[in-house]
Design a protein around this ligand. Sequence first.
Ligand code: PMP
Length: 453
Amino acid sequence: MIELDTETLRRYDSEYLWHPFTQMSEWENAENIVITRGEGSYIIDSEGNRYLDGVAAIWTNVHGHCRKEINEAVKEQVDRLEHSTLLGLSNDRAALLAKRLIDIAPPGLAKVFYSDNGSTAVEIGVKMAFQYQQQVGNTEKKKFIRFDNAYHGDTVGSMSVGGIAIYHEVYAPLLFPTIMAPSPYCYRCALAPEGDCRSCGLLCLQELERLMKEHAHELAGLVIEPSVQGAGGMIVQPPGFVKGVRELCDRYDVLMIADEVAVGFGRTGAMFACGKEGVTPDIMAISKGISAGYLPLAATLTTRKVYDAFWGAYSELKTFFHGHTFTGNPIACAAALASLDIFETDRLLERLPEKIDYLQDRLQRLMELTHVGDVRQEGMIAGIELVRDRHSRDPYPWEERVGVRVCLEARKHGLFLRPLGNVIVVFPPLSISLDELAMLMDGIEASIRSVTE
Ligand code: PMP
């Protein structure tokens, strides 16, 4: 393999690459890090510097980097079958993984439709719900309900059900109309100004009910990130919210589409976030952790009830006319199968509570810092919201890039972090050790102090 020096790599990067979600005028003028290796909880750059990966690549690497068993499974699969198609054929890895996914999914989910990224998995869910309603005779039910601060990806359909204006505003004329429900964002709640979600009686859920009642006749589905709105700022939902949403969907005959792209695969402490409140959605989108970050893979799971609505003679045109070239790619499925094995062999979920408790302690300590307004945690996900003024909750103006500055400062402590505006994200590999978690939280605390005090 050709090994290039850092200067050449940086030059090639800035001449030929266009990075996602990146203002390239800033990127091209910066001395950027080029990652060349990964090892457990660390990524290593072309100069040999090691960074503790505080965000598991992009919320994907459940077992850290370059885990031996997954490496072996991928290598073995490459020598057996690298690609085939699910159009008119099956493959052994895709079939086996489908069975294993159904075994661990919330009870009642029965069928797996593969794709290769989170946006697409959600978009498939939206199309499935739409077509389902048409085919069971609910021909008026064509609309979707979405949440403020939601993020479901960047394709046109997934943007339509998202709610983060700055990402998607420019594309507004391309998007289909939806009904927007309030975000369950207790720290900045527009409905309960006191911001006390414990005593407000879930006003956000009451408002959702009002909207659903009003629009029930035209609502095909509701799209939700259960437990945590991720890209919106790691906004943790109050207990009972997901269950309440499920009940409303049942009451108003609306399909519940759960986007578990970020929260699935152990992130919240349970295999799937819906499972924490005993909820089975009608449709569930998964990606990111599915292949432990190794290869592009996603899936949209659904129930027999939804699947059965697509049955019929070919001439009835009830087929789900959707598919992607790399659907069910066997190498990606082999990585996913190896990852599921590690969940079992490492007893990963059983070992999480200790780490979750430790993280909770460290987050509480951060509340002593003058400019930490809120800390939010769900399992191994945390958001630390930095504010200019703690009492008024006055945010830092976004142009000050406080989150970015904290994350750059954290590099001096050997950490890789990526913020969401003024929110510092903690999303490490689930396999992180307690010592590494301590190092991560020490570095975050020191970096917040040095930038804000
Ligand atoms: N849904 C959620 C909840 C996500 O967090 C993301 C990605 N951050 C997506 C969908 C989109 O996934 P992808 O980037 O793989 O398209």
